[in-house]
Write a protein that binds this ligand. Structure first.
Ligand code: ADP
Ligand code: MG
Length: 142
C-alpha cells in the first residue's frame, strides 16, 4: 500500500508523520529516505511528538542514534556516515532497535538487512524536493 502527499511547510510534513505514528506499535521501524534537506528529520520530529517525545528532536551528529523516553520508547537513527554496516560493529543497532521500541532511520540503505532483522519494517517514507518549501512524500506501508 502506497500513498503520496504534497506538503508546503514543515508543519504539514510533521502532521503527515503524526498520522503515520498513530498506526505504529512497539517493534516497528520506519525507514526515512531522501536527499539532504528534504525534511527527513522534520518528519521524524512530527512522528516523535505524536508518540509523546518531549524536548529537542534533531539528527544525531556524533552518534548513529538517539533514544527518546516515551510510553513506548522511540529511537532515531541517522546512518548517513555509515557506509557499510557489515564493516562496522554489527551490534551497533542493538541499542536502538527491537521489540520494545518504535524506531525511525534516516539514510537506512547501508543497513536495511540488519534493520529488518531487529525490528519490523512498518513503512518506508521517501521525501523529494518539489521546489521552494514544497515536498512530495511517498509512504509505502508494509
Ligand atoms: P533532512 O533531515 O532531510 O536533511 P531536515 O528536516 O533537517 O532535512 O531539514 C529540512 C529543512 O527544510 C528544514 O529547514 C525545514 O524547515 C525546511 N522545509 C521547508 N519546507 C518543508 C516541508 N514542506 N517539509 C519539511 N521541511 C521543510
Ligand atoms: Mg536529517
Amino acid at each position: 500500500m502506497s500513498s503520496r502527499h504534497e506538503t508546503n511547510s514543515p508543519d504539514q510534513t510533521e502532521a503527515i508523520a503524526a498520522e503515520l505514528a498513530a498506526r505504529l506499535a512497539a517493534g516497528d521501524v520506519v525507514l526515512v529516505e531522501g536527499e539532504l534537506g528534504t525534511g527527513k528529520t522534520t518528519f521524524v520530529r512530527g512522528a516523535c511528538r505524536a508518540l509523546g517525545v518531549e524536548g529537542v528532536v534533531t539528527s544525531p551528529t556524533f552518534t548513529i542514534g538517539q533514544r527518546y523516553p516515551a510510553i513506548v520508547p522511540v529511537s532515531h537513527l541517522d546512518l548517513y556516515r555509515v557506509a557499510d554496516l557489515g564493516e562496522e560493529d554489527p551490534d551497533l543497532l542493538d541499542d536502538y532497535l527491537g521489540p520494545d521500541r518504535i524506531a525511525f532511520v534516516e539514510w537506512p540503505h547501508s543497513a536495511v538487512t540488519a534493520i529488518a532483522g531487529l525490528s519490523h519494517v512498518a513503512a518506508r517514507v521517501m521525501i523529494e524536493h518539489g521546489g521552494g518549501d514544497r515536498r512530495v512524500l511517498t509512504i509505502e506501508a508494509a
